[in-house]
Design a protein around this ligand. Structure first.
Ligand SMILES: [Zn+2]
Length: 185
């Protein structure tokens, strides 16, 4: 199985304010849907791993989140691709859970659900916590400049954590998908 793990906000869709609170506010970044369709058609299994602390903060509820994720899956499916699953952390930073990235609980859950080892799989994110979670599981960390990516890139250059030199940087999901298609096929 060719697994690709993706962050959601800033990778697939635009950030907005402090949280995306509804399906109406959930707007894809140009080219991201097509990028997922391309990978999907090439036989990659696409799984989203996203921190959604807005749930813990009461900014939106599970119905809202499901509506956003239905919109995402539906937009990819109508274009001929598919999202295999969306894993989310519903907790806030003070909940001390094991799933909030940079912790690895979401990736652990993906491994169990799909009976797959995530080591070596591309993990595309826009934040340092994405890259750190990816590195902790031996995934190939990929940073996109979309979303908070430019900020993260600046952070990256000032961090001394081992492994961060392995991070690949692309303008957006479309560019990252092209690279993945060529190097992880
Ligand atoms: Zn959590």
């Amino acid at each position: 199985m060719k697994l690709v793990i993706l962050g959601r906000d800033g990778v697939i869709n635009h950030h907005s304010g402090d949280a995306i609170k509804s399906a109406e506010q959930w707007l894809p970044i140009d080219g991201s849907l097509e990028a997922m369709v391309k990978l999907s058609r090439l036989g990659f299994t696409l799984v989203v791993a996203t921190n959604q602390p807005g749930l813990a903060r009461g900014l939106f509820d599970l119905d809202d989140l499901e509506a956003m994720h239905f919109k995402l899956s539906d937009m990819v499916e109508t274009r001929g691709g598919s999202i295999a699953a969306i894993f989310y952390c519903p907790h806030g930073p003070d909940d001390d859970c094991s799933c909030r990235k940079p912790k690895t609980g979401l990736i652990d859950a993906i491994e169990v659900e799909f009976d797959v080892c995530a080591e070596g799989a591309p993990f595309i994110g826009d934040s340092l916590s994405d890259l750190q979670a990816a590195l902790a599981k031996g995934c190939q960390p990929i940073l996109v400049r979309s979303g908070r990516g430019e900020q993260t890139l600046a952070q990256l250059l000032s961090e001394s954590q081992a492994g961060l030199e392995k991070v690949l940087v692309f303008d957006d999901l479309a560019a990252a998908a092209d690279y993945i298609a060529d190097h992880f096929g």
